[in-house]
Design a protein. Structure first.
Length: 381
């Protein structure tokens, strides 16, 4: 008896302890549950919109964007707490605000593809659980491969790379190192300055350029030449290969304020925009290829089944109608007529997926497939 009481007390104590310990876990579990049923991953995971989510990059942003006419293409961004490419710098409140009102910390309102108009009804507790869960994810970096840009300025006093000059400054001011297409401008320390001279850069010395690229762990290096244009502004030339394709940038830039500094800044900014556009179109291409591959795979792996089906009809017109609807039904792969008479046919029906799937697809086409005394019979609904 005493033992039994002791046991009861013991259990209650245990239950209390685990109740308070569980609440953090419960919040997390609730957050995970909400993220799942609200289908964040359906948009924010690469491949998900194509039916093949990349589990390695769960919630780390998608390659498939939503095009809104007149506004642009919006890619579901990386929601993992990576500081540079994700939302690692956001507080839980920042996340809650974005999810419920569509407002980012910088004040920009998200495109309404992101369903914040509906998410606005999330309760405080649920919104917090969701934000807590997102902040607990493993940070995943998801960016285009970085490229090094080596600005070479052909000024009135000669060709320079490392000495203070307005062209180098324009690139440094761009601060595109953390952008979706990271652009690295070499530091210009002793190691850099001794690695390549302006003449070698002008000559496109591949070995020396490669060594700088390796130093910054980049995937490409581009030499960006610029000189004052006789007509005013600066003439910028960048040509070469990048992970995003061939670059051919050759244009005179002028600034509204008429200064060379302004023109240099405009050129660097334009280059950054062009790279961003390229990154987007490459991502769209990747998405299209992934989709084509997934479709091809599906076609070959889909099991096909075929079975004999009796199709009673009242005349050839009705038969033609049934056959047309049959052929238009998703999942139906083939219709072979085995025998046909005035009032009915027996067909060999080939289809993908299960009989249940076939039946529901057929009912969408106004046809009913039922089994009657061991024979499959197809009739109009
Ligand atoms: C139908 C697709 C879709 C679904 C579902 C969706 N999102 Fe989004 N989300 C987007 C798109 C597209 C953007 C980018 C919109 C823009 O840039 O204007 C976005 C942006 C965001 C942002 C802003 C991030 C940033 O860096 O600007 C957050 C945070 C976010 N979504 C969280 C979520 C969460 C959490 C869920 C699930 C509860 C979710 N989203 C579900 C499409 C979706």
């Amino acid at each position: 008896m005493h033992k039994a009481i002791g046991l009861i007390f013991g259990l209650t104590g245990l239950a209390l302890i685990s109740a308070s310990a569980a609440s953090a876990d419960e919040v997390m579990a609730r957050g995970e549950y909400l993220a799942t049923i609200m289908d964040c991953a359906g948009c924010h995971t690469t491949g998900a919109l194509l039916g093949k989510p990349d589990d390695e990059r769960y919630l780390a942003g998608s390659e498939v964007g939503f095009q809104i006419p007149g506004l642009g293409i919006f890619y579901p961004p990386n929601l993992t707490p990576d500081h540079e490419t994700g939302i690692g710098a956001w507080s839980a409140d920042d996340i809650i605000k974005a999810v419920r009102t569509g407002e980012r910390p910088d004040g920009r309102i998200l495109a309404p593809v992101m369903p914040y108009l509906h998410y606005g009804r999330l309760s405080d507790a649920d919104a917090l659980a969701l934000a807590t869960y997102l902040k607990s994810l493993k940070p995943i970096r998801h960016q285009a491969p970085a490229m090094v840009v080596l600005p070479v300025w052909k000024g009135p006093t000669g060709t320079v790379i490392w000495e203070d000059n307005l062209w180098r400054k324009a690139w440094l001011d761009l601060k595109a190192e953390q952008s979706l297409v990271p652009i690295i401008v070499p530091l210009g320390d002793l190691e850099d300055t001794s690695a390549i001279s302006p003449q070698e850069a002008e000559a496109g010395d591949a070995v020396k350029l490669e060594s700088i690229m390796m130093r910054y762990e980049a995937k490409a290096i581009l030499v960006a030449f610029a000189e004052p244009d006789p007509q005013g502004g600066i003439h910028a030339v960048m040509q070469g290969d990048s992970p995003l394709g061939r670059i051919n940038f050759d244009k005179v830039y002028t600034a509204e304020d008429g200064t060379l500094e302004g023109a240099a800044a405009a050129a660097a900014k334009r280059f950054d925009e062009v790279m961003l556009e390229k990154w987007r179109s490459v991502r769209l291409k990747v998405a299209a290829e992934t989709r084509a591959r997934a479709e091809a795979e599906q076609q070959t792996t889909r099991a096909t089944t075929s079975m004999a089906v009796a199709v009673p009809f009242s005349g050839i017109y009705q038969w033609n109608g049934i056959r047309a609807r049959l052929l238009a039904t998703p999942g139906v792969l083939g219709v072979d007529v085995s025998t046909i008479a005035e009032n009915g046919a027996v067909i060999q029906l080939a289809f993908a997926d299960s009989i249940q799937d076939l039946q529901s697809a057929l009912s969408g086409s106004g046809l009913r497939l039922v089994q009657s005394r061991g024979t499959w019979v197809l009739q109009p609904l």
